[in-house]
Design a protein around this ligand. Structure first.
Ligand SMILES: [Zn+2]
Length: 105
């Protein structure tokens, strides 16, 4: 049986947001985090938070067991540097989100 857990997001870098669950030791103070809602799974919390934010990553401390989900890895494997070569800037993928309405049958 699932139990709902409170989820929060906090600003990680200027462009990325971290998704935490209640009780994480790295969860920022209340004035620098946003309550997402009470969800049953981290994936559900991610879906909810994607409606308001983009570039969301799971917190590697409190949600490390779900990093296999569809979110981009927080720390991609380092590339072997070529002489004088620079890594091209990554373009963020635009995600098309549609609100899902559940009508009673
Ligand atoms: Zn956390």
């Amino acid at each position: 049986m699932y139990k709902s857990i409170k989820y929060y997001v906090s600003q990680h870098t200027s462009r990325t947001v971290l998704l935490h669950k209640e009780g994480c030791q790295y969860l920022p103070r209340p004035d620098s985090r946003s309550f997402i809602g009470s969800c049953y799974t981290p994936a559900q919390a991610l879906t909810v938070s994607l409606m308001q934010y983009s570039n969301i990553h799971y917190c590697p401390h409190c949600l490390s067991d779900v990093t296999h989900a569809k979110v981009a890895p927080v720390n991609p494997p380092p590339l072997i540097p070529l002489c004088g070569a620079k890594k091209p800037p990554k373009k963020p993928k635009e995600k098309q989100l549609k609100a899902v309405r559940h009508f009673p049958v």
